[in-house]
Write a protein that binds this ligand. Structure first.
Ligand SMILES: [Mn+2]
Length: 259
């Protein structure tokens, strides 16, 4: 059984190059290839009518929240500070609803960069709007080096899901200027940079709900441990899908006898 992995997309606000199309849907090719290379079937989820979200989540076995713009501070009840970057209100609203439905349906989630920040907010957490607002932060979290190169280390919490996949340390790339501040309910910080910046969060217990601040999809070709992260996520999505198949007869019977 091949797991269907929904990948949330950005909505472009500029005209799509070489076309007359407006408001195009965009997902980086690395998200698509890493899912396909990890045994899953990538399915791009556009920013669209939120009433379709339950249908999308019914069809998918796991969700990747992709990176992108800053998350609006309005989502966690505060106002923009000077260093806040570009935000996209329709994407914020759509992805937040998509994330909440996926959590409700207990399907695996791998939230990347902006996605990890959104996961934290969905569970009641807050963000630092820029790493310059974090007193201890002294590393470059918006690297100038090419995206496929790891530029800073992280320390991973023993006993975490992430540690079982990556071990107790890893080298990661870094393309973020926001970071987790207050951690959301039921989430745990499971990786930090040497300067104290939060690099990963996880929801405790099953299913697989992991948020990473770096971009593993860009380094998975050269770093086997990052490829394992996607394989493990897809494997969890597959297991969930198989469970649903086995539980289907009982569920159908319940529906049939309740009418
Ligand atoms: Mn970083």
């Amino acid at each position: 059984m091949t797991a269907i992995i929904g990948i949330s997309a950005a909505q472009l606000t500029v005209q799509v190059p070489n076309t007359i199309s407006r408001n195009g849907t965009y997902v980086g090719g690395d998200y698509i290839s890493v899912v396909a290379n990890s045994g899953g079937a990538p399915l791009v989820i556009p920013v669209t009518d939120t009433r379709l979200i339950a249908t999308f989540v019914d069809q998918m076995d796991g969700l990747i929240l992709s990176g992108g713009q800053d998350v609006s501070p309005a989502l966690y009840g505060t106002t923009p500070q000077a260093e806040l970057g570009d935000t996209c209100a329709i994407r914020d609203d759509f992805e937040l609803a998509l994330l909440k439905e996926t959590l409700a349906q207990k399907k695996p989630i791998l939230a990347i960069c902006r996605g990890a920040q959104l996961l934290n907010i969905a569970l009641g957490g807050t963000l630092h709007q820029d790493t310059s607002y974090i007193e201890t932060a002294n590393l470059s979290h918006m690297q100038q080096d090419c995206a496929t190169r790891a530029t800073h280390g992280i320390r991973i919490e023993r006993g975490s899901r992430l540690a079982s996949i990556l071990g107790n340390t890893a080298q990661v790339n870094s393309f973020h200027h926001q970071a987790v501040n207050i951690v959301g309910t039921g989430l745990k910080i499971t990786a930090t940079a040497p300067d104290g910046v939060v690099e990963a969060i996880e929801k405790e217990g099953a299913p697989f709900v992991v948020g990473v601040q770096w971009h593993p999809e860009l380094i998975s070709e050269t770093d086997a441990s990052m490829q394992r992260l996607f394989q493990e996520f897809v494997r969890n999505a597959e297991l969930g899908a198989l469970k649903q198949v086995y539980n289907a007869p009982a569920k159908l019977k319940k529906i049939a006898t309740s009418r």
